[in-house]
Design a protein around this ligand. Structure first.
Ligand code: NAP
Length: 676
């Protein structure tokens, strides 16, 4: 029997006398003891706030990302025993892969996104600089900095590994230590994965701690820099988020809670078509994966009246033949629920649904297999038909957290959307259609009620990621019933553990803080051409001014014929003059860019390896033959990519002979790093 230990202030703490025995979902045998008596919460919080927080915040985003990748690699290499433990939770091999490999994959994605999208710095700029004064001496910029507190993460039972890792990754990247509280019933699996992370010693001591059992006294000791992320039932979320201490100190609370997710079949789909099959397959997968114990699983299914019987038949055929069995067996398609009491809960909730809907699946007895349902939490899927969904109540608000779903007919697209929205806010709604108009109508009527809209059809099916799969790249969460929270969504999730602050001040002050050149800040005249400097030697705000170069009518003619861009504004004086934007024939914008490069480029081989793109190009004033342009090239920001090169972003400003801005953009180059 496993003693599931908490991890407090760098020490493992055994389960106490009050610990509960957790039994296998499959055969009822005791697997673990979990639950601690009073833990030293104060020491735990001190360890996080005083020891781990500063150590994490000292690292840049990139340094944390490097460790996160190392952690993911370590887990990947040492995860073998986790799947074995996962069988006790009722999860099949495929279910366990979603949880374990999916969780580790989330760490990898976050590590690589952070390297690409976050600076090698401690401060994250948010949006563009704001011009707050006429002459540009006073500007504004939003930034994010790490919260100086603790991320408390309370997780549901159904994804013991993924649930922990998807919250941990963004918190670690943000530089905030975590206190993780897994659901007790599957805590032995979470704790096994947690132990690997601690043993790896990849993150500083105290970066992650574990409370097994109830976190008694924790909330009362949280402070305003702390944050609580919760996943679980709406009832628990309500109780926890209304904790007096959290409210009094404005302590952030993010809730991911239960949700009546739905799927809709488009009016364009015909019986037996590929799209029809995509729809049926997706429903089957959602009902049977994790035995329906997924927060995103499909609970309500809306189809056109005319096709209702065909869908019912096709889904029933698949569900009645699903092989429910021991999770370890290779041919098992659906494992057990997490516990007998969870199955009781699902059956009770199904009875509520049955008041408004008829059961379509025939109850093929499980006893025909080798399963003992008195000790294993197995059940067959239950698929209902609700013929009058407008009058129904339970089918729209009862979450049976197991393999249970209800089919209902709709009249037209607005009726389908109305039924979708009866869930009171969900994590995800999916639509199978080939018709963009149907998709748009659903989006307009329903997007505000759902955290994610997932459109699928036979064109996208082979690559679609699945109705029920939250992805690290995309926001997971939903309004209303779903908790009103947000997780994942790429770097957005990192920001949940950071504070946004608006900075106002001069260009020099803000450039110094943000480690980024903002217009208005003092430019540093470069002693040698900046293209001769390696990545490490370039300074932020380092500048050269080059030019002028006069633009002639021959230049414009030559460029037009050479490139084939003989647009009338460059070639026809009369037509150009009639255009409200131009005084007459004007130089091509691309000609100006080419001339600018010709002015600022230093041609010989050197540290600049490549021009990798440009952003934010704008033409501010037309240039006519006879005008002269000059260019200011300024180092705006730098980001190390690897040990060989880094990306330099340059602010490029083109002026005419009257010092008027004619064009500006941000140029990106890859610059060599000094050999070590
Ligand atoms: P739950 O009973 O609400 O428990 C969720 C977590 O809260 C568990 O860790 C639980 O710990 C803890 N908890 C309960 N009471 C607490 C208290 N007074 N103080 C501190 N912690 C407390 O939910 P569950 O049964 O584990 O999970 C199933 C539900 O979660 C379903 O409704 C499902 O829809 C939802 N869910 C939502 C998402 C999502 O992303 N939106 C994901 C997964 C699941 P104990 O285990 O020790 O009680």
């Amino acid at each position: 029997m496993i003693n599931v230990e908490s991890y407090v202030n760098d020490q493992w703490v055994c389960p106490g006398d009050s610990a509960q025995v957790i039994v296998s979902a499959v055969n009822g045998e005791a697997v673990a003891r979990a639950g601690s008596d009073q833990l030293n919460i104060a020491a735990m919080l001190d360890c996080a706030r005083i020891q781990a927080g500063p150590a994490l915040r000292e690292m840049t985003f990139h340094q944390r990302a490097t460790r996160l990748k190392a952690l993911a690699t370590y887990l990947n290499e040492n995860k073998q025993h986790l799947t074995e433990l996962s069988f006790h939770t009722g999860a099949t091999q495929a279910d366990s892969a979603i949880d374990i490999e999916g969780g580790i994959g989330t760490l990898f994605v976050y590590a690589s996104k952070a390297k690409r999208e976050l600076p090698d710095d401690h401060i994250l700029l948010d949006g563009d600089v704001e011009q707050l004064s006429r002459h540009g001496t006073f500007i504004g910029q939003h930034i994010y900095t790490s919260r100086q507190g603790v991320a408390v993460q309370i997780n549901a039972f159904n994804f013991p590994v993924w649930g922990m890792l998807e919250k941990l990754a963004p918190a670690l990247l943000a530089g905030v230590p975590s206190i993780i509280k897994p659901a007790t019933v599957t805590s032995y699996l979470t704790a096994a994965c947690f132990k690997l992370m601690v043993d790896s010693k990849i993150f500083p001591a105290g970066s992650m701690q574990l409370i097994v059992g109830r976190p008694t006294g924790l909330f009362e000791q949280l402070q305003s820099q702390d944050h609580v992320s919760f996943t679980g039932s709406a009832q628990t979320a309500f109780e926890l988020r209304s904790h007096r201490h959290l409210l009094k100190h404005s302590i952030g609370f993010n809730a991911e809670q239960d949700s009546l997710n739905s799927t809709v079949l488009g009016e364009d789909v015909t019986v037996g078509s590929d799209d029809f099959n995509v729809f049926v397959d997706e429903i089957y997968r959602e009902i049977t994966t994790k035995a329906g114990q997924k927060c995103t699983a499909i609970r309500r299914i809306m189809v056109p009246h005319a096709i209702k019987a065909d869908i019912a038949e096709a889904v029933c055929a698949k569900l009645t033949s699903v092989k429910v069995g021991h999770p370890k067996n290779a041919d098992t398609e659906m494992g057990a629920l997490v516990s007998i009491s969870q199955r009781e809960d699902v059956l009770q909730k199904s009875e509520l649904i049955a008041q408004e809907a008829s059961l379509l699946t025939t109850a093929k007895p499980l006893e025909s297999t080798d399963l003992d349902t008195s000790i294993g939490a197995f059940m067959r899927p239950r698929f209902y038909l609700c013929d009058n969904p407008d009058a129904a109540r339970h089918v729209h608000n009862t979450e049976a957290f197991g393999p249970v779903a209800t089919l209902m007919p709709y009249n037209d697209v607005s009726h389908a959307a109305e039924l979708l929205n009866r869930g009171g806010g969900s994590l995800v709604a999916s639509v199978v259609t080939q018709d963009p108009q149907f998709a748009k109508a659903i989006t307009l009527a329903s997007a505000a009620h759902h955290g994610r809209l997932y459109f699928n059809n036979s064109t996208s099916a082979s690559e679609a990621t699945g109705h029920g799969s939250p992805l690290p790249h995309m926001t997971h969460g939903g309004p209303g019933r779903a908790g009103g929270g947000e997780e994942l969504g790429g770097i957005r999730a990192v920001k949940h553990y950071m504070q946004r602050t608006s900075l106002q001040g001069s260009g020099d002050i803000l450039s110094g803080i943000g480690n980024c050149y903002f217009p208005g800040a003092t430019q540093i005249e470069s002693d040698v051409h900046p293209f001769r400097k390696t990545f490490d030697h370039l300074q932020i705000a380092e500048t050269i001014k080059v030019g002028p170069r006069q633009v002639s009518i021959d230049d414009i003619e030559h460029f037009a014929h050479f490139t084939g861009d003989t647009f009338y504004a460059h070639m026809d004086e009369k037509a150009a003059s009639a255009n409200p934007f131009f005084p007459g024939r004007v130089a091509h914008g691309y000609l100006l860019l080419a001339f600018a490069a010709g002015l600022f480029v230093d041609p010989d081989p050197g540290p600049v390896l490549a021009n990798s793109g440009l952003d934010g190009l704008s033409f501010q004033k037309p240039v006519v033959a006879g005008d002269s342009i000059s260019v200011t090239l300024t180092v705006k920001s730098k980001k190390r990519r690897n040990s060989e090169y880094g990306e330099v972003r340059w602010h490029v400003q083109l002026l005419n002979q009257h010092k008027e801005a004619v064009a500006s953009y941000e140029l990106h180059t890859m610059n060599a790093i000094d050999a070590a």
